[in-house]
Design a protein around this ligand. Structure first.
Ligand code: UDP
Ligand code: MG
Length: 154
């Protein structure tokens, strides 16, 4: 448990097209997380299939070709958010993978109806977050302090 824990959050192509980038950023900002890296990129299938991504484990699943086509269909916004329990809390904020099971109040529960168009990605474990951050931000993240830290953490 560390207030320096980092997670990789990515607005998928459908989230960008639907104008939800600002909404998703706002939720993480308001929750108290610190933005330490962000970029808009149009990823290639080769990049998306690299072993460091959460998607590499899904090779062989029937939906995998469609997933890669979808993720490479337009730009995505990749971000690194830092704060206490960033990985687990990020997943809770995203909501369940299947929108049918994602609770209202979560990003997917508020904005998505189909599992194959579920708006946003979030790392599923601290180790995969580290791998994904290294893959999407080989240049590293930006360290800085925010003035209200003492009002967010004990
Ligand atoms: N996915 C899909 N069909 C499925 C399961 C997953 O299209 O039956 C897609 C969906 O976009 C999901 C992504 O594959 O977000 C990665 O799946 P994972 O199980 O890692 O879910 P996540 O970690 O995104 O909740
Ligand atoms: Mg996953």
């Amino acid at each position: 448990m560390s207030i320096k824990e980092q997670t990789y959050i990515m607005v998928k192509p459908d989230g960008v097209q639907r104008g939800l980038v600002g909404e998703i950023i706002a939720r993480f900002e308001k929750r108290g997380f610190k933005l330490v890296a962000m970029k808009l990129v149009h990823a290639t299938p080769e990049h998306l299939e690299k072993p460091a991504t959460d998607y590499a484990d899904l090779k062989g699943k029937p939906f995998f070709p469609g997933l890669i086509k979808y993720m490479a269909s337009g730009p995505v916004v990749g971000m690194v958010w830092e704060g206490l329990d960033a990985v687990k809390t990020g997943r809770v904020m995203l909501g369940a993978t299947k929108p049918l099971e994602s609770a209202p109040g979560t990003i997917r529960g508020d904005y998505a109806l189909a599992v194959g168009r579920n708006i946003c990605h979030g790392s599923d474990a601290v180790e995969s977050a580290q791998n994904e951050i290294a893959l999407w931000f080989p240049e590293g993240v930006t360290q800085y302090s925010i003035a209200n830290e003492g009002w967010i953490f004990e």
